[in-house]
Design a protein around this ligand. Structure first.
Ligand code: G6P
Ligand code: MG
Length: 218
């Protein structure tokens, strides 16, 4: 039986992708790199440092480690200007209803995010009380697609991987869930999220019935 749901944050519960993009584009511009919204897809689910590496690759540049860390700091300061103004209105459609339904059924809820700002975002949007465990960028050594973030989530909840369903909008995140041996619901486009068990447009399409039906399918 399914005992827990593990949620990615950015792009699943809240739409912070636009703030990440704004901050990265500004930084790319300062380096003389043209960074487009299309390129931005590659940064989803990926750690902060890896994101900068991808941007430098696009611009055909390399920088010493120390300078890269300074640029990551700079990007995050810019990003936090927007995040610190976030409100519960920025929770994506259907999210709160689904979290409430899970609680009512006694299904455990954890966060599995690459972001080091996850706690702050959950606080700003009043989502924090729903979570039984939070595993984020501060708790993992290996980024997605490595399964660490979701395996640690299951462990914190005291459930087995096969009792978990992961919700993900990024290809790297879906791979991470599958590497962990978990069921996975893709949030977004089926053409992009091909390794998932089902794909939904957003959380308005999710119900507890659909969740349990996943296991019969698997
Ligand atoms: C999420 C986002 C990525 C972001 C990463 C790290 O996975 O999808 O775009 O790079 O978190 O976020 P942070 O807030 O630590 O910079
Ligand atoms: Mg995401």
């Amino acid at each position: 039986t399914i005992k827990a749901c593990l949620f990615d944050l950015d792009g699943v519960l809240v739409d912070t992708a636009i703030y990440h993009f704004k901050a990265w584009r500004q930084l790319a511009q300062s380096l003389g790199i043209d960074f487009t919204e299309h390129d931005n897809e590659r940064l989803k689910g990926v750690s902060r440092v890896r994101s900068l590496e991808i941007i430098l690759e696009i611009g055909g540049q390399t920088l010493p480690q120390e300078q890269m860390l300074a640029l990551c700091e700079q990007k995050n300061t810019e990003y936090l200007v927007d995040v610190s103004k976030m409100t519960p209105e920025e929770i994506l459609p259907g999210v709160e209803d689904f979290l409430k339904a899970l609680k009512a059924e006694g299904i455990k809820i954890a966060l599995g995010s690459a972001s080091k700002n996850a706690q702050l975002i959950l606080e700003r949007t009043n989502l924090l009380p729903y979570f039984d465990a939070i595993i984020d960028g501060r708790h993992v050594v290996n980024g997605k697609p490595h399964p660490e973030v979701f395996l640690k989530g299951a462990e914190a909840l005291g459930v087995k991987p096969e009792e978990c369903v992961v919700f993900e909008d990024a290809v790297a995140g879906v791979e991470s869930a599958k590497n962990a041996g978990m069921l996975c619901v893709g949030v977004g486009q089926p053409e992009v999220l091909t390794q998932t068990d089902i794909v939904v447009k957003d959380m308005t399409e999710m119900t507890v019935e659909r969740l349990h039906a996943l296991q019969q399918k698997a």
